[in-house]
Design a protein around this ligand. Structure first.
Ligand SMILES: NC(=O)c1ccc[n+]([C@@H]2O[C@H](COP(=O)([O-])OP(=O)(O)OC[C@H]3O[C@@H](n4cnc5c(N)ncnc54)[C@H](OP(=O)(O)O)[C@@H]3O)[C@@H](O)[C@H]2O)c1
Length: 244
């Protein structure tokens, strides 16, 4: 991978520098990670995998090394076939050296709670997951999912993400990586809760059909600054941060 921004010193980056470039900023942070085609598609035939390349896969895995919690919408969990969030030994060792628990905690956001408690991402998780939902969620689903996860209720008829994130912070989960999907990203943007976006632009056109990386409620326009840009085999790996 080559660093092309900040300008002035374009060069190949090794794994140590890649880690430094993507390490979470100090303090609390909600970072969102997506891959898109050049023409803005969020998926190919229903899955994000068709958009990825080796550099994107590398950064996807690296980003999981840093956070206290890994947040995902229930739709993405269901669609993308999530496994339990486990990290290999080098990433666990890095976390230990940096005062983190071995694994990030999975946080699933869901209104309907149409989730199977036996889903491997929940039932086989190395750390008890959290499910964020609202007060109108079906009580039988809350009961069933409470067997495998801490079900946190925030909001009356929609999930209050700001309050949910505040509770996560009060439990020590200040650094959050959100892996999508589009509806969760849209809700986080609408509530002005996004601090960073890591975006891979894959060198391909998918044509019409797929949605964008964001969906759901309207938001006001927000400016971001480009923190870094990497280039690898035609793909751009961008990290944007909210303006101070
Ligand atoms: N390109 C990429 O990097 C990338 C990343 C992730 C996903 N994707 C793709 O995106 C597609 C899925 O899109 P999606 O928009 O359905 O994903 P999503 O946002 O993960 O899922 C939507 C579902 O998640 C729950 N949810 C999300 N935000 C919520 C909120 N604010 N409050 C309450 N519940 C919330 C709801 O679940 P309930 O129905 O249980 O209430 C909702 O139906 C898939 O094709 C996937 O492959 C692509």
């Amino acid at each position: 991978m080559h660093r092309i921004w900040p300008a002035g010193d374009p060069r190949q980056v090794d794994d140590t520098e890649l880690t430094a470039l993507y390490r979470s900023p100090a303090g609390s942070c909600v970072r969102v990670n997506f891959v898109t085609s050049v023409d803005g598609a969020v998926e190919v035939q229903g899955y994000s995998a068709g958009l990825g390349n080796p550099a994107d896969h590398k950064v996807f895995g690296l980003l999981r090394m840093f956070p206290h919690a890994l947040m995902v919408g229930a739709g993405t969990l269901r669609q993308e076939g999530y496994h339990a969030v486990r990290l290999d030994e080098p990433r666990r060792a890095w976390r230990q050296e940096h005062g983190l628990r071995p694994y990030p905690r999975l946080v699933v956001v869901s209104a309907r709670l149409a989730l199977d408690p036996a889903h491997p991402a929940l039932a086989e998780a190395p750390v008890r997951p959290v499910i964020l939902t609202h007060a109108m969620a079906p009580p039988d689903r809350v009961k069933a999912l409470s067997e495998v996860a801490d079900v946190l209720v925030h909001g009356v008829d929609e999930v209050d993400l700001a309050r949910g994130l505040a509770q996560l912070r009060s439990r020590g989960m200040t650094q959050i990586l959100c892996e999508g999907g589009p509806h969760l990203f849209g809700s986080l943007t609408a509530a002005d809760l996004v601090d960073e976006v890591c975006l891979t632009v894959s060198p391909m056109l998918t044509g019409a059909g797929a949605g964008r990386i964001t969906a759901g409620p309207a938001s006001t326009l927000r400016g971001l600054r480009l923190a870094h840009a990497l280039f690898d085999d035609g793909a751009l790996l961008l990290r944007y941060a909210r303006k101070a």
